[in-house]
Design a protein around this ligand. Structure first.
Ligand SMILES: Cc1cc2nc3c(=O)[nH]c(=O)nc-3n(C[C@H](O)[C@H](O)[C@H](O)COP(=O)(O)OP(=O)(O)OC[C@H]3O[C@@H](n4cnc5c(N)ncnc54)[C@H](O)[C@@H]3O)c2cc1C
Length: 374
């Protein structure tokens, strides 16, 4: 017997970009019978490079949210130093708008918007189980002490969700997991507005990076398919990467805290994002670019789609699978082509076609095409 049970129409689990945007959008639509929970108290640390891509910035612009970035000092990125697997390097201007903002700040800004708009947020509520009713519909969740019963459960728990994924998620495709490790340093010598991407052979088809966060702070990280570690630990793969590429620069820099390892769930297409009574958003639904690991934009966009689909279902009085399938349709329309194209691009890199691809994408025509695509 649980100590306390609450009831709500919609339970949103996870207050990262997908969950907070879902909550904010429900409020904007005038729908208040929902609860947003997160296992953490905010502001909370999230291992992430904090790169706000042109897609993420486009979303913030379209939804009137770019104002939350004003005065928060996100570091602008306007040039890239790109190191190829054969060691050659190029520096070119991106011609694209991009920012870096630490996720402790960014996620709190989005959550604050949702709470200001009227969302009820319960921090420190870590879901250990999603329970199903007699017909197999998601009917709420518990942290082991209290329970929240709901008619719809919107799962926004990010990449760290093996327990829930293997238990209740409708997407049963095998997952080729990407693992990452990231740390922060002060005093690292990096020209203003510069980001670095290092396509080290050991990480192929993925890469390592240096992202500027402003005030002389950078984050440095690597991401790679877990099976590429070939028995090595992620920590030692990260240390070897730092030694190979940044041993000199790191002599004058100070780490500002520990490094973190974190999984990244990506996919080469949009999978099943809804089940009976449940929707999966953001990285819980593997909505993350398989080549670049950029996931913030799709997390926010999918959260907004989820809110609109749920609102539509309640407005039409038909809260069944078909109504929730609207969410799948919206996500497939917005993300499927992109995930497929990125997966194709990643496969080409893996086949050793790095140089022709990079030569093309840094050419004027390539840049034009890229800007158009984005
Ligand atoms: C090292 C690294 C670097 C990255 N760099 C970038 C980048 O530069 N740009 C970019 O666009 N993307 C980047 N990504 C990907 C990006 O971080 C994610 O795709 C994005 O955060 C997904 O958002 P989300 O809302 O789905 O989940 P998250 O942001 O992960 O939020 C999930 C939330 O759910 C909560 N939660 C999880 N489980 C539970 C539970 N059981 N009960 C209650 N609460 C729970 C967590 O506390 C968290 O607050 C990076 C990822 C990593 C790991």
């Amino acid at each position: 017997m649980k100590k306390r049970t609450r009831k709500t129409k919609v339970l949103i689990i996870g207050a990262g970009p997908s969950g907070s945007i879902a909550a904010l959008r429900l409020c904007e639509l005038g729908f208040r019978d929902f609860i947003l929970v997160d296992g953490k108290k905010f502001p909370r640390h999230k291992p992430c490079a904090g790169g706000l891509s042109p897609m993420a910035l486009g979303f913030l612009d379209r939804t009137g949210l770019s104002r939350v970035l004003k005065g928060r000092g996100p570091a602008e990125m306007n040039s890239v130093r790109l190191v190829r697997p054969d060691g050659r390097e190029d520096v070119f201007s991106t011609g694209l708008k991009g920012y870096v903002l630490n996720r402790k700040i960014f996620d709190k800004l989005l959550l604050d918007e949702a709470v200001k708009a009227g969302a009820e947020f319960i921090p420190g509520f870590h879901i250990s189980d999603i329970f199903l009713d007699g017909s197999g519909n998601a009917a709420g969740a518990t942290d082991g002490i209290s329970a929240i019963e709901s008619e719809v459960t919107v799962i926004c728990t990010g990449g760290h969700n093996r327990l829930l994924r293997e238990g209740v998620f409708p997407d049963r495709r095998p997952l080729r997991r990407i693992v990452s490790r990231i740390g922060w340093w002060k005093g690292f010598d990096l020209p203003d507005g510069r980001l670095e991407m290092v396509f080290d052979r050991d990480l192929s088809p993925h890469y390592g990076w240096v992202f500027p966060e402003g005030n002389g702070t950078v984050n440095i990280g690597i991401c790679l398919y877990e099976d590429r570690l070939r028995g090595k630990s992620l920590t030692s793969a990260f240390e070897s990467f730092l030694e190979r590429h940044y041993s000199e620069k790191l002599k004058n820099a100070e780490p500002t805290g520990p490094a973190y390892s974190y999984p990244i769930n990506t996919s080469g297409s949009v999978g099943t994002l809804y089940g009976s009574g449940m929707l999966l958003c953001g990285e819980a639904g593997r909505l993350c670019d398989p080549a670049t690991c950029e996931g913030i934009s799709m997390a926010m966009e999918s959260g907004r789609f989820a809110a609109e689909a749920v609102y539509g279902a309640y407005s039409s009085g038909t809260l069944d699978r078909a109504a929730l399938a609207e969410y799948q349709r919206l996500c497939a329309g917005a993300f499927d082509k992109r995930l497929r194209a990125s997966s194709f691009f990643s496969a080409l890199l893996n086949m050793g076609l790095f140089n022709p691809i990079i030569d093309f994408s840094s050419s004027r025509l390539g840049k034009k095409l890229l800007a158009g695509l984005l």
